[in-house]
Design a protein around this ligand. Structure first.
Ligand SMILES: Nc1ncnc2[nH]cnc12
Ligand SMILES: [Zn+2]
Length: 338
């Protein structure tokens, strides 16, 4: 089964590029850019990754991003992730970036996007991996800052497919960003938002109704509202679930208590994603495997996560059909072997 999971073509829909900063690269960039970091070695960094909740992670995560200063740094960060995609058979990825994490430190929006985009283009050409970019607003910052960020993104309309919402969910509900999301939709951006990760099921409702999202990031707290679960199944509203993240951030005590398979069996459009893999202990294969290890799933059920991700992606219809065919072929061959 492990080999089936490893070779299964995958589509990633919930990945923060800043969350792919491995301790080794953090050290290399700290040295290159002469930025002080409060760790003595990459191992010491890993030791510090003991989180009690979302906020305890975010505090360390924003600190780590301080080593990213130049276009080349953003290129290196993104390229390392894309090489890992190749290993994990991720054929398409939809990447979040947090411009405010960088512009607040005096790094230009242009520097961030140029570095990331150069790596994405190289991956398309050299690795055959396609991608799109989604710009997230930090919800602990105010509406004015989100509006300013949206304004800064206008020259890059062709390179940014949508806007998202991340950072501290508790105390920062979707309604805080209803105006800026309305403007983004008017400008032609797609919208997604983290909701129902640590926050209540009502945040999922509000992300859908007030922010016009086409996907909900995480969304696992939907189970607290049976009617909402029914609606999510009926509308096939995608949930980009991140299993290892949820364990690391104590959303669930252990994988056997995770609700992803329950949601899959209810017919929801759930997908598997890695969120911040450098911090949470694994990329796509590890996330798939953590679920497969904890629950008895057939190959067809495992492949369903990829079919769901293809359907939920921002890829054009022809490419979706081609990718789905590729996965169907893979599933048929591996089912015929045993
Ligand atoms: N899991 C997560 N939830 C909210 N904001 C984030 N930013 C990066 N990872 C996040
Ligand atoms: Zn996330």
């Amino acid at each position: 089964m492990r080999e089936f999971v490893e070779r299964l073509p995958k589509v990633e829909l919930h990945l923060h590029i800043e969350g792919t900063l491995e301790p080794e690269l953090m050290f290399e960039l700290a040295k290159r850019n002469q930025v002080a970091i409060p760790f003595s070695s990459p191992e010491a960094v890993r030791q510090a990754y003991q989180f009690t909740n979302l906020q305890s992670f975010l505090d360390i995560y924003y600190q780590g991003a301080n080593v990213l200063l130049h276009e080349q740094d953003f290129f290196d960060l993104t390229w390392h992730y894309l090489l890992r995609c190749q290993v994990d058979r991720v054929v398409h990825t939809e990447i979040f970036f947090d411009p405010q994490t960088h512009t607040q430190r005096g790094v230009a929006f242009d520097t961030v996007i140029r570095g990331i985009n150069r790596a994405l283009k190289q991956a398309e050409e050299q690795l055959g991996i396609s991608s799109v970019l989604i710009m997230c607003f930090l919800r602990h910052l105010d509406e004015a800052s989100a509006f300013a960020t949206l304004q800064q993104a206008l020259p890059y309309r062709g390179e940014i497919i949508g806007v998202g919402l991340d950072s501290s969910e508790l105390g920062h509900p979707p309604e805080k960003f209803a105006n800026v999301f309305a403007k983004a939709l008017e400008l032609g951006f797609k919208t997604v938002a983290h909701a129902g990760e640590e926050g209540p099921a009502s945040n999922i409702h509000d992300a859908i109704n007030l922010l016009g999202v086409t996907r909900v990031d995480h969304g696992v707290r939907c189970v607290d509202d049976a009617q909402l679960v029914q609606m999510l199944a009926q509308t096939q509203m995608p949930l980009t679930v991140c299993p290892l993240s949820n364990i690391k951030l104590k959303v669930f005590k252990q994988m056997s208590e995770h609700n992803i398979v329950e949601l899959l069996n209810h017919g929801l459009c759930v997908t598997i994603n890695s969120d911040d893999p450098a911090y949470f202990g694994g990329y796509m294969n590890d996330n798939f495997w953590s679920v497969v290890e904890a629950f008895p799933l057939t190959k067809a059920q495992i492949a369903q996560f990829t079919f769901n991700a293809i359907a939920a992606s921002f890829i054009d219809a022809d490419t979706k059909a081609r990718l789905a065919e590729q996965v169907e072929g893979y599933l048929a061959i591996s089912q015929s072997i045993n």
